[in-house]
Design a protein around this ligand. Structure first.
Ligand code: SF4
Ligand code: SF4
Length: 217
């Protein structure tokens, strides 16, 4: 094994403060190079299309309540078992009515399966990422809170709530109107397939202050 000892500084190095000059040179180089830090919160990170943020339940534009039809798919597929739904069923019509809906966000692993499997685009992993809290209870989202989360998301992103669909969770190139969910939540007449592309609305609206239209890419 070869042991290398640090070279002893010569008298020239001591007189001309070589080590200090080297350090100052390094500082100067860093000052002039491109900054890699972000001045958060003034500079916001760009939100990618598949971003999985705070959970929300999308509002039905007609009833004002949740779009959820209590199919239970999200609760069944959830690997963390953190979605809790109670419903009652009309025995004659077979229609289910949600009695309670809750997500334990602290147990969620943000896999996105719930959003992917939901046939009516009711449960959404929004682009909201600022929801820190001091108490654990704040992360138990009941139905009322999930609807409030949706309102906040729409307010901050400025999406049109009646048209919001995140194509990251949808099969590519398939017209939303042909799927069961959008048919059930009455897609507007002016819906265009090319306008399905939504995402990064919060980044855009915060950068420009402008309304972020669906299909703005
Ligand atoms: S993102 Fe995954 S873990 Fe979280 S609630 Fe949805 S299905 Fe469950
Ligand atoms: S998958 Fe959608 S419609 Fe079905 S229970 Fe979950 S949120 Fe409701």
């Amino acid at each position: 094994m070869i042991i290398q000892y640090k070279k002893k500084r010569g008298w020239l190095g001591t007189v001309f403060l070589v080590e200090i000059l080297k350090g100052m040179g390094l500082t100067l180089r860093r000052m002039l190079s491109r900054s890699v830090t972000r001045q958060y919160p003034e500079e916001r990170p760009e939100i990618r299309i598949g971003f999985r943020g705070q959970h929300a339940l999308a509002r039905d534009p007609v009833t004002g309540g949740s779009r959820c039809v209590a199919c239970m798919r999200c609760a069944v597929v959830c690997p963390s078992r953190c979605i809790h739904i109670e419903y009652k069923k009309d025995e004659q019509t077979g229609v289910r009515e949600v009695q309670s809906y809750a997500i334990e966000a602290l147990r969620c692993i943000y896999c996105g399966y719930c959003e992917e499997v939901c046939p009516v685009n009711a449960v959404i992993l929004t682009e909201v990422y600022e929801y820190a809290a001091y108490k654990r209870d704040a992360f138990y989202f009941d139905e009322e809170q999930l609807l409030k989360n949706w309102d906040r998301f729409i307010e901050e992103s400025r999406y049109d709530p009646t048209k919001y669909v995140n194509p990251f969770w949808r099969p590519r190139g398939i017209d939303e109107r042909t799927l069961a969910g959008p048919r059930r939540r009455s897609v507007p007449d002016d819906w265009k397939m090319e306008n399905q592309w939504v995402g990064t609305g919060m980044t855009k609206s915060r950068k420009t202050g402008a309304r972020c239209d669906v299909g703005g890419h």
